[in-house]
Design a protein around this ligand. Structure first.
Ligand code: G3P
Ligand code: CA
Length: 230
């Protein structure tokens, strides 16, 4: 499966509704977004903990209310979406991979709010939640058995199957360069799936064709999707 990483950021401002709509239009099977909590406890979609790189705001996301965040320009006049808007856009069209940004800043209670929202929208079956913060993934597994969960990883661990078991995750999701054929075999042997990121150039495409992960997340879904399918 091809995943639009932050939507289709090669063509539109990352993590905006315009970017996600475009990723769906160009044929992505999945879209990936990054989630934080505003100061008034709303789930909002933006990558960084700080506002400067992708908006005209300043400071930490967590120090602003959702209303303040939504007044900012997230690129080309787009707004920072609420997660609910992204779920409503994706549901019935593509799978949604929600990365919860629990490192380095922690958002106590984020997991409860997320599960409550996905249940209310009837979206549990169409979403996966992933994180570099593996304890959060284990908390989510204890809360909701039906939710697909993934652990993000930057290095090649000794025993990825054990990491899946310990966290209760279904998907092992490393940087593409930390994947190898043996890792894919071990994860599949444990009943898991492998999803890699960010596959943005020919070298990464070639490695994915060799290792055969289950899903590939890219910032260039048009070109990389075509290269992976060829
Ligand atoms: O899908 C995983 C990947 O998005 C993690 O890295 O920093 O791009 O959110 P980052
Ligand atoms: Ca991400």
């Amino acid at each position: 499966m091809i995943g639009g990483h932050r939507g289709n950021p090669a063509q539109h401002p990352e993590n905006t509704l315009r970017s996600f709509r475009s990723a769906i239009e160009v044929g992505c099977d999945l879209i990936e977004c990054d989630v934080h909590l505003s100061s008034d406890g709303r789930l909002v979609v933006i990558h960084d903990h700080t506002l400067e790189r992708t908006t005209n705001g300043k400071g930490l996301v967590r120090d602003h209310t959702a209303a303040e965040l939504r007044r900012l320009d997230a690129g080309h006049g787009e707004r920072i979406p609420l997660l609910q808007e992204v779920v409503e856009l994706a549901i019935g069209k593509v799978g949604l991979v929600i990365e919860i940004k629990q490192v380095p800043i922690q958002y106590p209670g984020l997991e409860d709010k997320l599960v409550a929202m996905l249940r209310q929208l009837g979206a549990i079956a169409e979403c996966a939640v992933v994180s570099f913060h593996h304890p959060s993934i284990r908390v989510l597994r204890e809360m909701e058995a039906r939710l697909q969960l993934g652990i993000l990883e930057g290095a090649r661990p000794i025993d990825p199957a054990r990491m899946l078991k310990e966290s209760g995750a279904d998907v092992f999701s490393p940087h593409w360069g930390a994947m190898d054929p043996q890792l894919v075999k071990e994860v599949h042997g444990a009943g898991g799936a492998v999803g890699v990121w960010p596959v943005d150039d020919d070298q990464a495409v070639a490695w994915c064709k060799f290792c055969k992960p289950d899903s590939v997340f890219t910032n260039r879904p048009v070109e990389i999707g075509a290269a992976l399918r060829s």
